[in-house]
Design a protein around this ligand. Structure first.
Ligand code: MF3
Ligand code: CO
Ligand code: CO
Length: 288
């Protein structure tokens, strides 16, 4: 339980401001949402000024790397070559790649081709015209994490593949646009479900977004589909990812022998886009 603060006490967030001028109203709002049955975030999930600054820096490097990959990824390159470029570039910027050795993951990025949903491992496979590739990058700077992924079409791709990529991006962007501070996480899955339904695509349920920033994966779990239970409130100060995985065919998923690579059971194409976002006082800010 949190200690009851008086209005003139210093705020619990270490801002050195008086509670009544800092998180007093915030706490009142959360209290009333909690009475309505919504889980509310633990104070550990509310980032400090200093945390936010560090997280922003890390997110900027992640964004820079994903931007640069546009000029590097083309038919003929292998996913191992992309991995090496990201590893070298990350170190050059005095950062570390978070995936490397994370729970035994052997490489610096995830590279997920065509029917691979996520967590594909870079290898010597050569990318060929028509493939669709997801690259998922997470940097660590001074202990702070920035997590983002994008789709890269390899040369010319089919109209169907392009539509899947564009709709998945729309799922991410529209859910961010419609989410407001103090909304429950339900909003994200509700928005994505509407878009996926409209296009007759399916949403992967086995993986979700996650709190991030001070650790790779923190609470809360971010559902990308409709849930009937009340989910946690997105309170100002929280940092989390939204990273919908959308399949052309069925949502069913298989994990390969390597214990990482997740593929669609029916071998249909899958796409994913991811941002790290910050819940500000008045809006959701994209950090990547
Ligand atoms: N970056 C992924 C995510 O969005 C996690 C990858 S875990 C790894 O959460 F070990 F595969 F790198
Ligand atoms: Co993530
Ligand atoms: Co990621």
């Amino acid at each position: 339980m949190n200690k009851k603060l008086n209005r003139n006490d210093p705020c619990w967030c270490n801002s050195k401001k008086k509670y009544k001028h800092c998180h007093f109203e915030f706490d009142e709002t959360l209290k009333s949402l909690s009475y309505q049955g919504y889980p509310i975030p633990n104070r550990k999930l509310i980032k400090s000024r200093k945390d936010l600054e560090g997280i922003k820096k890390s997110c900027q490097l992640t964004k820079f790397i994903l931007d640069e990959l546009n000029t590097i990824i083309k038919p003929g390159i292998t996913t191992n070559e992309i991995d090496k470029w990201v590893y070298d570039t990350t170190l050059k910027h005095h950062a570390k790649p978070a995936p490397l050795n994370y729970k035994g993951f052997p490489k610096s990025i995830c590279t997920s081709i065509n029917e691979v949903i996520c967590h594909g491992i870079p290898e010597d496979r050569i990318l060929k015209e028509g493939d669709i590739l997801n690259v998922d990058v997470t940097c660590i700077i001074d202990g702070y994490f920035g997590d983002s992924c994008r789709m890269y079409p390899i040369g010319n791709i089919s109209q169907q593949a392009k539509r899947l990529i564009d709709v998945t991006k729309e799922c991410l962007e529209e859910s961010i646009k419609q989410l407001r501070p103090f909304d429950p996480i339900n909003k994200i899955g509700d928005v994505i479900s509407e878009i996926a339904k409209r296009e007759s695509y399916s949403i992967v349920k086995m993986f979700g977004g996650h709190g991030t920033g001070n650790q790779f994966h923190e609470d809360p779990f971010i559902f990308h589909y409709k849930k009937n239970e009340k989910l946690m409130i997105c309170a100002p100060g929280m940092v989390f990812t939204i990273e919908p995985m959308i399949n052309e065919g069925s949502e069913e998923c298989i994990i390969l022998e390597d214990n990482w690579t997740a593929v669609t059971k029916d071998k249909s194409l899958s796409a994913q886009w991811e941002h790290t976002v910050y819940v500000n006082e008045d809006k959701i800010e994209i950090l990547t």
